[in-house]
Design a protein around this ligand. Sequence first.
Ligand code: FES
Length: 291
Amino acid sequence: MLSSSASLCFLMHAAPPPLRTFGWQMSMTVEEAATIWGLQRNRQTGRAQVLPNVFGWDTEEVVTRVERRDGPSLGIVLEEIGSAEDIGLVLVDSCVDGGNAAAASLPLLPGDLMVAVANAGGPALCVEALPYDATIAALGSLDPSQPVELTLRRLVKLPRCAVTLKFAASENRADEQFELLGGMPLRRSILSKGIKLNDPLARRFDAGWGTGDCGGEGTCCTCAVDVIEGTEVLNGQGSQERQMLSKHPSWRLACKASIVNIEQDTRLVLKVAPRQEVDETERDSAFNERA
Ligand code: FES
């Protein structure tokens, strides 16, 4: 458990900096970033690591070079979010106006994590998951007359697919909403939210009669959903799925559908168990077609 601590400054605090563009999509403060980063110990190596612990975030690493044109001080304001014994979470808060880091080859951003420091061309010192004092000690051990290379781990917000699940009017149930990422399987993701896809009206495709959940094999149709919006967000149908749902081209078997790799935020609107609202006389023919 990390103990909280007040903001600590490396060098001096300047006036609060304006928000800068963060990642590909948003601005972020160090306080907001602190809610996303998580400090954990690798069970195999015992090494402490700092990684995002919130859904939908990834990281990238950038190396930036800081010249010492304005004297030996780097001019970076660091904030210790918390520490316990030999580990800590220390993030970049800002750069001092006119200081060396403000002119770094790549800008430092609020919420960046410093993972390694080195004199340009020299051996790198790992500072990931070190408490504030140890981080400062590592920076202070570098040759103050030489430029510094900082390896920064940066939060990257992944594009999300905002999913809305609608239910048959007879269920009198409110829509469900959640987010998925590219590559995530539809049925498993929905089940993991505690939402069942088990349409009792479905007839098994493999037997031609009876019902029953096939467990994701693509033969029972209990997981069929009607894609109301966002067809392009889902992978393509296989030939068996297309055949099974030939009477309803807008329907998908959730167990055979997954989110494609998306490059921007998008939407997917689905009707769960759509056969509930299909005319009774159409139901059997809609689900029991064979080649
Ligand atoms: S779970 Fe049986 S077809 Fe999808």
